[in-house]
Design a protein around this ligand. Structure first.
Ligand SMILES: [Zn+2]
Length: 122
């Protein structure tokens, strides 16, 4: 036996609905609390799409969880965009240095041994 969380009367432990007040018992047991737990943010960060879906689904029902999931997804999105821009920059720099025979990086790398060589000769 367990007690109904709404009216406090005894109900069957496997009852879906309270026989006294008629409110659903099962639904509330299964539902996730709106705690705004950071775990939802972590989920949103690693799975931005899931975070976005949860954000939309929970906007009215669970605003705290919704915000947490949405924030995680937003941070993730910023992170991905940042990485994307960074990788583009790296590719552009590599191509720019490869395109010219005297690239920035090759200039740096090849100038070092020759400098040492000059020191040895002197
Ligand atoms: Zn009840």
């Amino acid at each position: 036996m367990m007690y109904c969380k709404y009216c406090g009367k005894e109900v069957e432990s496997d009852a879906m609905v309270c026989v006294h007040c008629g409110r659903s018992l099962k639904e509330c047991e299964d539902s996730i609390e709106d705690s705004g737990h950071f775990g939802w943010g972590v989920l949103g960060f690693f799975v931005p799409l899931a975070g976005l879906i949860l954000y939309i689904l929970w906007r009215t029902e669970k605003p705290k969880n919704s915000t947490a999931a949405g924030r995680g997804a937003l941070i993730s999105a910023c992170f991905i965009v940042g990485l994307f821009i960074l990788s583009i920059l790296v590719v552009v720099i590599i191509f720019a240095s490869a395109a010219t025979s005297q690239g920035v990086f090759s200039k740096l790398i090849y100038s070092l041994p020759s400098n040492f060589g000059h020191l040895k000769l002197a």
